[in-house]
Design a protein around this ligand. Sequence first.
Ligand code: FAD
Ligand code: DLZ
Ligand code: SF4
Length: 510
Amino acid sequence: MKLRLILGDQLSLSISSLSDVSKDDLILMCELRQEATYVKHHKKKIAFVFSAMRHFARDLRAQGFNVRYVAYDDPDNSGSFLGEVETALDLHGCDEVVLTKPGEHRLLTAFQDWPDALSVPVALREDDRFLCTTEDFAQWADGRKQLRMEYFYREMRRKYAILMDVDGPVGGKWNYDSENRKKPEKGLDVPDTYRAVPDEITREVMALVEAQFPDHFGDLSPFHFAVTREQALAALDEFIARRLRFFGDYQDAMIEGEPWMYHSHIGLYMNCGLLNPLECIERAEAAFHDGAAPLNAVEGFIRQILGWREFVRGIYWLKMPDYKENNFFDAQRPLPSLYWTGDTQMNCMRQCVTETKQNAYAHHIQRLMVLGNFALLAGLDPDEVNEWYLLVYADAYEWVELPNVSGMILFADGGVLASKPYAASGSYINKMSDYCGSCAYKPTVKNGPKACPFNYLYWDFLARNDGKLRSNPRMGFMFNSLDRMNDEKRQAIHDDSRRFLKAMQADEKV
Ligand code: FAD
Ligand code: DLZ
Ligand code: SF4
């Protein structure tokens, strides 16, 4: 009889730890203080994970499996994986522990010590729910001077024969990003996100979360995430039917009051195991072949999953644990309170923080070009920014969060993931959103109290990091512009930035 441990983001029947499961084995699942509080996750994220875990356990039992499910408020709950495995071994006398490798390095190192700590053998299996193994990624990366997603993605397209013709990529191009920058239009009719009705299990979990985690960030209600595989598949189908066709056009667009836009909102389901990445890709590809969605939308969507998702995971496991220590710009400023309260005059930041608080979700361009861009320009401490991103989003696990934050937004890894920092001034946000119209600041004003802070902070960021960025060939154009500025202009940028950052650190409403 084997003890098979299933973690909260391993809710897949096809997971390697269950590949040879028998009805005599014991499947262990546990809601843990350690996992719910090592960062203070958003209330919706905890409710989502616990409810999805409880539904998964229910479905396993319905199929005749033995499940030991330890609820959060069980008086004997030890609060840790090791404690729960030891208790289960004592009570049930299993002769081996089987589990799939976790998605976070801190747990992998802890699990690797288990053979010494436990009296039975421990089988730690690969997580084969991803499309590129960590070994294959390491092999691909080996000997390359630069790791670039685009080249990795092309190999993945070939390997899985996705959107391929006999002589190359369908449509003749690998990447249709240049067609995916449509500005938001007034009166755009954006379909609502998928909304599941909470059942009794979810309602019980919500009461538990409210009682046990009252001081955690975020709104618990309304709760409408899918918590079963059937619901997650329905959410995927709804995306394919109603939003995929515009996914490409409006991929970078932001509209006030439209948190969901034409994105898929399935990342949290893939990351916890309710959906399999290949099935999501194949459904999108089928929609293209059926004429239900254009190539720029389908290729763009598939690139996010087959390209970016696999690429960031590869980088995480290739570079950890050192990756977490990276701080290329030596950024030290503490995370300002506006990331928790949304209390700021910058309308873009207010909208994105408020929506994050309400939904445990923000779409990619909000995470990257608003919240992330500000963190980069303001020189926020990578540890604090990473902690924030890891706890506020329902889809956040370190393997995917850390490379996006330290690599993509903060350039804290010095260019492992991206070839240059994604820094931008207010004109980018003004172009891609309608946020600036109702902002206290003006995106067209460059200096002074009415100027958009992104404008002067952008140049201040370049000036501050001149020594680290000037030699980057992709930054030459920007430094040429900086060099053409006269002393008066440079001084105004410097003074505005110091005034703004000082006020922000003093917790004034900036
Ligand atoms: P869509 O826009 O519909 O995209 C489809 C899918 O592609 C996503 O569900 C996701 O699985 C994948 N994808 C897209 N972009 C990325 C990316 N950059 N990295 C990895 N996968 C990607 N994604 C997470 O899953 N967890 C995180 O903790 C997370 N943190 C992020 C932090 C920052 C600073 C940034 C810039 C991005 C982060 N992302 C993260 C990536 C991306 O923003 C989310 O995957 C996406 O917003 C989830 O919403 P969606 O399902 O509607 O995605
Ligand atoms: C995110 C999360 C939370 C909030 N709670 C639990 C839990 O109580 N029990 C559990 O097994 N998993 C939980 N998870 C998911 C884990 O944190 C996740 O498995 C690791 O971070 C590895 O990716
Ligand atoms: Fe954001 Fe600047 Fe636009 Fe205000 S003016 S919404 S701060 S980009």
